[in-house]
Every structure is written in C-alpha cells, then in structure tokens.
Design a protein. Structure first.
Length: 383
C-alpha cells in the first residue's frame, strides 16, 4: 500500500489517513471556526480536543445547536464494540462525550454491541462477548458519567427492546445498499448484514419511547460514519429525525503510522496495563528523532511525526501553552526523546493508577448502570 493510500471501514483502518480527503469521501462537514464559536456560546470554553481539531468533522451539529438555542434538548448516543480490553484510544471520544453531557446537561445512551463482535469475530463466543461488555462497562463508568442520565446497555441483554425497533430499520434497507456501503459479499454471514439495523436503534429509541421526536447527537470516531449515514437515510422514512454526529480522528499507535489497535498489544496502552507494561511500551515507541544525541541537539526533533507528542495532544497535556512548550523544546533540540518519554511514562502511570482505582469501584455500580436502568427502560416501554 502506497503512503497516500488508506482505507477506513467500521471494522478496519489501513494506512495513513488523510482526514481532509476522508471528509470529501464521506460527505461530512469540517468543523470551522464559526461553529466552534457557536459551541462556546453554550459551553463557555472549548474542550482541547475541539481546539486541537481532534474532533474535526460533523453532520448537522449546527442544527443541534440551533434547536438547543430554542430550548429543545438533545440526547447523546455513543458506543463500544466489546471484543477485548479497552485502550486509551477508546477513551478519547468517551471523555469528550462526558464533557458534552456535563456542559449541556443531557442524557447519554451508551450501546455495547456485543452482538456485533460475536458476528464479526470468528473466534469470539457469545459468552465471551457478554463478558467483555461487562468488563468494558467498568471503564465507561470509571470516567464519571452521571448515573441518573446515563443508560449503558448491551445489545444481547436488551435485545427484547431493541430487536423490534431494528426490524423497522431492516425492512427499509436492501442488501444492495449494505453491500455498497459496507462491502459485504457471499462470505458475509446474514447476521453481519443485519447488524447495522441494531446500531441504528439508539439513534431514535428515546424518541420511540417518548412518542415524540428528540434530537440525537452521536460523538464517535470517523470510521463508524457509514452506519450512521445509513441511519440518516432510513430514519426519516420511519418518522424520526436524522441523527447528528461529531467525529474524531484516530488515536495514533506507538509505532510509526496508523491508528492504535487492540489487536496489536505492543502498539497500544490498555486501561488494565501495569506500570511495567507502560514503561516498556513507551520506551520502545516511535519518535522520528535523530540517530544521535548530538544530532538531536543540533537539528531538533519532529513532534508532528512523534507518537509520544501525539499522546500529549490527545490526552496528557490539556494546557495549550505547556503543549506548545513541549513542541518548541522538541524542535529546538533541548528536549531529548528519552526525557520526553520518561515524562510521559509518569503521566500515563498516574492516569492509569487513578483510572484503575475508579474502575475497581465501578464494580459496585455495574448492576445499577446495566441492569436497573434497563429495567426502567422496559417499564417505560411497557407504558
């Protein structure tokens, strides 16, 4: 694959992604300064992930804000496909989603697509998929979402409620459409072809339950856009609003090029990693630095190509002035790669220590988020 070539699907990302080109290919809108100004009217500040253009693209976010200005509240919807442990890249859109929940005081519907992972992962059994869903939910709860406004559910657990709604979507989507969007072929199992209908359901389920249209905003990584592009085509046919979306870039891996991937454990830092794991992985990370200390001092480093600097950008330095200092010191040669890695190791270790403590505490809250809330939803549905 040549450097300029890349591929982005809901299940795989290959090559170095050109995000401007992806905006054109997917038909989304770039987040411009005017929209950031509009967001700031209601949030009073901007999250670093917005200022740094890590959240860079959207569908109808301007409409969501216009409705909000009229007193029409929206709800948030995001999710996770639980096929293994959670890594730091997964946390980025969730951290931003929590910020949106806090700033706009809105409900969140968090979908765990354990059915999807069972259907797409050949070696994954249903029991394992359900186990990963519960385990991943601990990481979600550990981020501090408002339990009174957050509904975390697995598709398998809540299938009795979700499936009838998914049927409404599926009835209006033919195979040629899913084949064109997702690339299905003769080897694709029929569950894979049906699944996108399940992912569409939370984009209108609160509206179905309330028997009135409620705007939906979906923060997610750009690779999931094909699912919601289809949902936006189908939902108006069912009498529901098109879901709006805001898209983020992929968290880079520790090696050169590409996104962080759960399938490459040496390339990603997981929320369950030990201090020894963190130290080893970051110490071996790609920086693009010079081959010698002398050359680094003279020519400086290249932060734009450095995976370590990207970690600061995405999660580990929210202060813009301090981030610029790191960049300047790197480019000027006064900050060497070894020292920069050492600083990052300390920050990641501290972050994980705090997250793992909260993750352990979340075990006592798990049933409240997953079971009690689901019962409340069923009770509302029965009415």
């Amino acid at each position: 694959m040549r450097e300029e070539e890349f591929s982005v699907t809901p299940w795989e990302v290959k090559g170095k992604v050109d995000y401007d080109r992806l905006i054109k290919e997917f038909g989304t809108d770039k987040i411009e300064e005017g929209l950031l100004t509009e967001i700031k009217k209601y949030t009073h500040d901007l999250h670093p992930l917005l200022k740094r253009k890590i959240f860079f693209s959207h569908r109808d976010l301007d409409w969501i804000l216009a409705e909000y200005s009229k007193g029409v509240k929206f709800y948030l919807y995001t999710g996770r496909g639980p096929s293994g442990d959670v890594h730091l890249g997964h946390l980025v859109p969730w951290i931003f989603t929590k910020w949106l929940q806090d700033k706009f005081d809105v409900e969140l519907w968090f979908q765990l697509t354990d059915d999807e992972k069972y259907l797409f992962e050949k070696k994954l059994g249903i029991r394992d998929a359900k186990k990963f869903a519960r385990s991943n939910a601990l990481d979600i709860i550990a981020l501090g979402f408002d339990p009174e406004k957050t509904h975390i559910f697995s598709d398998i657990q809540l299938s009795g409620l979700l499936y009838p709604q998914a049927l409404k979507v599926a009835k209006r989507v033919n195979f040629s459409t899913t084949k064109a969007i997702f690339g299905f072929n003769e080897q694709s199992n029929i569950g894979q072809i049906f699944f996108t209908s399940m992912q569409a359901v939370p984009a209108f389920l609160p509206s179905a339950l309330a028997e009135k249209n409620i705007p939906c905003l979906i923060p997610h990584a750009i690779d999931q856009d094909p699912h919601f592009r289809l949902a936006r085509d189908v939902l108006p046919k069912l009498g529901y609003l098109k879901p709006a979306a805001i898209h983020c870039k992929f968290f880079p891996g520790l090696k050169e090029g590409g996104k962080m991937s759960a399938s490459k454990r040496e390339d990603a830092i997981f929320t369950t990693d030990s201090k020894a794991d963190v130290k080893k992985k970051i110490s071996n990370a790609f920086t693009g630095g010079a081959t010698s200390i002398k050359e680094q001092r003279t020519k400086g480093g290249n932060p734009d190509k450095c995976s370590i600097f990207q970690y600061y950008c995405y999660l580990f330095e929210w202060d813009d002035e301090k981030l610029q200092t790191i960049r300047n010191e790197c480019k000027g040669g006064s900050l060497l790669c070894g020292e920069c890695k050492k600083r990052l190791i300390e920050r990641v270790e501290k972050f994980l220590e705090d997250h793992q403590r909260k993750r352990e505490e979340a075990k006592d809250l798990l049933d409240k988020y997953l079971v009690e809330h689901s019962k409340k939803i069923f009770e509302l549905y029965d009415k």
